[in-house]
Write a protein that binds this ligand. Sequence first.
Ligand code: SF4
Length: 389
Amino acid sequence: MALTCGEQKLKKGSAKLGINLIAPRVAMLTAVKPQHAKYGRAQCHYCGSCGNGCTVGAMFNSLSSTLPAAKATGRMTLRPNSVVRHIVTDNNTGKAKGVAVVDRVTFQEMEFTGKVVIVAGSTLESTRLLLNSKSRQHPDGLGNSSGVLGHYLVDHFGGTGASGVFPTFAGRDVINEDGKSSGIFVPRFRNLDAATKHQKFLRGYGFEGGSSIGAFPGMAKSTPGFGSEFKKQVRRWYVTPVSLTTRAAMLSRFENYVEIDPGGVVDAWGIPVLRVHIQHSDNEREMGRDATDMAESILREAGAEQIKVSRNLTLPGRIIHELGTARMGNDPKKSVLNKYNQLHDVSNVFVTDGAAFVGSANQNPTLTILALTIRACEYLTDEMKRGNI
Ligand code: SF4
């Protein structure tokens, strides 16, 4: 989706520092092809309501895209009220037999059997389910012979960045710029090679942000004044905003982990909950400092004024990009899943969400989750055809 006028200015400012700024790649339809029309998906009409869901299916998500495709096979049963209690395993073989569930509304307990169990409950819920699936063969949780299950939890951090105004836009006519949900993206530019190496931290970060006239003048809260002069000032400046915020990698560390709550806390259905242990390290703090400085520099180069910076890292969990805790790897002693998202310990259980990640990098994770899931599904169908599962 094209950059706004202010975003073009940002692009020029960032280019002066040798930094690339692009339109973000978003999973929204700007054109409808037969594979989309088949499931009733329409082209984006720039209404700006993506955060509330998309009623026309222009935005990719499971409701508009993957579930309708699964339904069209005629082989899907959707059970939205089944809360999975644990994975049921065969006491002799140790393999999964199915899942034990409790109905969210009626509290009825049920079991479903299957040749394969695919866990995709989102990072922490998937790992919680595995940890809650203890049995004689799997005393520390399903797939946890390595002791790694639950460890190496990461989340992206944001919060660091800068915002300001473009004075050249002050008092301009209002146009519809907030219908596009995607602003700008600055791909990572630190620690790519020797020339971009930073002395104080590993990995890197990117920027999200933008410059567009919003429906609501958020800056009014900090605009001084009262009455008609105040309104005049708000109208004059609310058409000028520009901001950059960080999406940054967090280092994977064994000591950031989740466990089944040792105090015996359970949820509404009596299922043990997780306790989360996670902290930022100096690497994240140094990276955040650099990100704030660079965001401010880009805004200045772009011609922004009244610049305010933010140096507070978001707390882990705030970006809701939890990843890791059932990491993949070649060595069963150091990882939970193999490269096909299959448990090393139990060949008929797959985990196809962010739990499989070994690190966060700085990119938003969903497209990687989808790619890994497709690879896992292709492997699974091949293995089933060969009779290996
Ligand atoms: S702006 Fe967002 S909610 Fe509106 S049609 Fe486009 S994708 Fe859907």
